[in-house]
Write a protein that binds this ligand. Structure first.
Ligand SMILES: [Zn+2]
Length: 252
């Protein structure tokens, strides 16, 4: 750093340095704008909106999947009950047929009992099936509502995606414009001075070059005392003014 300043000292006089710091301030402003742009791009409201809407859609899709599974299992149960009842019918028909041929009253009684047992089973199955049919109907209606919800939410996600892409496109074009501007501004500044600027910049997050608004440093936003200000103004021809608070280069 000291060496770089020494090199500059040999090439410039103080007046030239003051003049040279102005474009450096311009460069700093572009770099500040560039880092603000990176921050803006990373925290786009449009992205937050899209993430939230995707989460809403995913929740509806998961609800839809659960309802579909419930419906499938209700339908499978209904099919099983219907198959069981078909078996019951066959048994009842068989026992009824046997009843016609038996003579012994005890045998007839036993067959009657069998028929009643199977009828009771069929009746229980019918009750279960009725409940399941109601459940299926409710699920079908729910699925229809969910399908409409998914279609509306998909549309919202598509719109939000397009909006985000648009915002990203604007960021890209802003960045391109700033990059071009930076290239032009940097091109007009002595490379040694840029090196000094880069060294200072890597050590901090606040601007490495700033001017004063009144007595306030525009990098740290702290006021310089009258003594500090007058000391800066008395700096030698070979010195670069630096903020006593934050150490940035100051354009006086
Ligand atoms: Zn400062």
């Amino acid at each position: 750093m000291r060496k770089a300043i020494a090199e500059l000292r040999s090439n410039y006089n103080w007046h030239a340095l003051v003049v040279a710091l102005q474009p450096l301030l311009e460069l700093q402003k572009i770099d500040t704008a560039l880092s603000q742009l990176v921050h803006r791009q990373a925290n786009l409201e449009e992205r937050k909106v899209l993430v939230a809407q995707k989460a809403t859609l995913a929740a509806t899709e998961s609800e839809n999947l659960n309802a579909k599974n419930e419906l499938a299992s209700a339908r499978a149960e209904i099919a099983a009950l219907e198959a069981a009842n078909k078996k019951c019918e066959t048994q009842i028909a068989k026992y009824s047929q046997q009843l016609k041929t038996v003579i012994a009253p005890r045998e007839a009684e036993a067959l009657q009992h069998e028929i009643e047992t199977v009828r009771a089973e069929r009746s229980t199955n019918d009750d279960k099936e009725l409940l399941l049919l109601e459940t299926s109907e409710r699920l079908e209606q729910h699925l229809q509502q969910l399908a409409e919800k998914i279609s509306a939410q998909s549309l919202t996600v598509a719109t939000a995606t397009a909006t985000l892409n648009e915002a990203l496109k604007i960021c890209d074009s802003d960045k391109k414009a700033l990059d071009e501007k930076r290239l032009a501004v940097a091109g007009a500044i002595d490379s040694k001075l840029i090196k000094l600027y880069d060294v200072k910049r890597t050590k901090r997050t606040t601007p490495a070059v700033a001017d004063l608004h009144g007595s306030k440093c525009q990098s740290c936003h702290l006021d310089l005392s009258v003594v500090e200000l007058s000391a800066l103004k008395k700096l030698g021809a070979d010195e670069l003014a630096e903020c006593p608070n934050c150490d940035c280069y100051l354009v006086l």
